[in-house]
Design a protein around this ligand. Structure first.
Ligand code: IPM
Ligand code: MG
Length: 361
């Protein structure tokens, strides 16, 4: 198979972790007889520095014409980086939002599970963890507050800012279908998260989810209010299989879910359009404070490559090989500093990538 990828290395640790992920892809290509070709594009701060804006039309066009997009992370330190002196529509994040919208990447899948080997890093008590947890957050990614009309005005000498939260039935239906589909391949339970005791958009969300659920008699589901969900994640994470939720709730809850695994450097994500096209990136951010030191953990990006192989290219065996290689390297006791514990062998970003490649070969 020949796969043409658009690659966004991005800012902070992005370039280091993506380089390792590309090396892993090349190793997969060599072993299984595929060719991965890469076209690098700029986005976020890296693009601002060169073009004065976070995403150019040309870069977008390259992404649009690719088979899938591999991304590192974008953005800098929000209090010290000059990028944050710019108007909101020219900041690094605006590039990512525009890319998601333009490419129709409405379904964001963020797995959060506890690695047996990394149990000690989990901040929750043993009796809460039990035999571990394994959930997937299905976050709607191109609607809601992040894409609604917004403005700041002055009314009678007082500044007033407005953001609008809009969802159509169609937007809710397509993400709900994705959530129920993925639940079918897992433990067959969907928890749909909303704020239906207050918001109209959430009441519509609930009714559409109920309608979609009728087509999935083998999948059980329930509704949960978002504030309760935030609490339940730390109180009883085992109850979750698939969490289905709108854009902002998903943004917040996915950070919380990744934090309770104790290993945010390990969590991958996929943002999918209708069909096979997707963008794959780690769940974590650009960590500018540790950039360029060869200490970042490349595993989340490498596992995002596994998701790419599975979801965009239907290469299940290849995806399994990558995931298996990561497990074996952890079992051998190798750790980057973020997941380091007593008695383990600490390695840097490059060495971690290399160890995983050795296992794939
Ligand atoms: C994420 C990030 C983005 C988001 C930012 C960088 C715009 O927090 O992918 O979760 O809010 O979606
Ligand atoms: Mg976020």
């Amino acid at each position: 198979m020949n796969c043409n990828l658009a690659v966004i290395k991005g800012d902070g640790i992005g370039p280091e972790i993506v380089t390792e992920a590309m090396n892993v892809l090349d190793a997969v290509g060599e072993k299984f007889g595929h060719t991965f070709s890469y076209e690098q594009i700029l986005m976020g701060g890296a693009s601002i520095d060169v073009h004065g804006k976070p995403l150019t039309e040309e870069a977008l066009e390259i992404a649009r014409n690719s088979d899938a997009v591999l991304m590192g992370s974008i953005g800098g330190n929000t209090s010290t980086s000059p990028w944050y002196q710019l108007p909101a529509n020219l900041r690094p994040e605006a590039g990512l939002l525009a890319l998601r919208k333009s490419l129709g990447l409405f379904a964001n899948i963020r797995p959060a599970y506890l690695y047996e080997e990394l149990k000690k890093a989990c901040p929750l008590r043993d009796e809460i963890i039990g035999d571990g947890f394994d959930m997937v957050i299905m976050r709607e990614l191109t609607g809601g507050l992040y894409f609604g009309e917004r403005h700041t005005e002055e009314v009678d000498g007082i500044k007033v800012a407005t953001d609008t939260l809009t969802y159509s039935e169609d937007e809710i239906r397509r993400i709900a279908i994705k959530a129920f589909d993925i639940a079918r391949k897992r433990k067959k339970h969907v928890i749909s998260v909303d704020k239906a005791n207050v918001l109209d958009s959430s009441r519509l969300w609930r009714s559409v989810v109920e309608e979609v659920a009728k087509g999935y008699e083998d999948v059980t589901y329930e509704h949960m209010l978002v504030d309760n969900c935030a609490m339940q994640l730390v109180n009883n994470p085992k109850q979750f299989d698939v969490i289905l939720t709108e854009n902002m709730f998903g943004d917040i809850l996915s950070d919380e879910a990744s934090m309770i695994t104790g290993s945010i450097g390990m969590l991958s994500s996929a943002s999918l359009a209708e069909g096979k096209f997707g963008l794959y990136e780690p769940s974590h951010g650009s960590a500018p404070d540790i950039a360029g030191q060869d200490i970042a953990n490349p595993i989340a990006t490498i596992l995002s490559v596994a998701m790419m192989l599975r979801y965009s290219f239907d290469l299940d065996e290849e995806a399994n090989a990558v995931e298996q290689a990561v497990k074996e390297v952890l079992a051998d006791g190798y750790r980057t500093v973020d997941i380091m514990s007593d008695g383990m062998k600490q390695v840097g970003c490059k060495e971690m990538g290399q160890l995983i490649i050795e296992k794939i070969k």
